[in-house]
Design a protein around this ligand. Sequence first.
Ligand SMILES: [Zn+2]
Length: 159
Amino acid sequence: MKRKDYISWDEYFMGIAKLSGMRSKDPNTQVGACIVSDDHKIMSMGYNGFPAGCSDDDFPWDREGDFLDTKYAYVTHSELNAILNFRGGTLEGTTLYVSLFPCNECAKAIIQAGIKTVVYSDDKYDGTPGNIAAKRLFASAGVKYYKYEDTGRKIELDL
Ligand SMILES: [Zn+2]
C-alpha cells in the first residue's frame, strides 16, 4: 500500500519558494519564488537580494532614510530573480509560486516572461497602490492568481 502522507504539488512548490526565501539576508522580509512548468518541473527559483557581485556587506538593508541609503535602490525581488535566473529558453505558460503577492514591478516582469498563473501565500500589502497596480496588470494581461491554501503541515529538515 502506498504512502499517504506525502506532500502535495502545491505544498512542494510553495515549500521550495519559502525555502528559497530563507536565503535572503533582508532583516525584515524574506521572500522566495519558484517557477514551475505545466508538468510539474521546477524551472527556476529566486529570493530577494542584491544583484550578483554587489556585496551584502556594502549595500544597505534599511527601509528609511535617503533613497540611496535604503534597500529599495538596490534590491532585486524574488520573482524577478527567479525569472532572471532562468537561462533555459521560455517561461511561457508557467506557474510562479511566491511567498508574498508580487509588487507592480514584478507583475510587469511576470507578464512579460509569459507566466500565466501566480500562487501566493501572504498578501500583506493588499490594498496598497503597488498591490492594486499589480492586480490590475494581472487582470488586464490574463494572468490568473490564487491564494495558496495553508495545510497546516509543519516540515522539519535535518540539515
Ligand atoms: Zn516585486
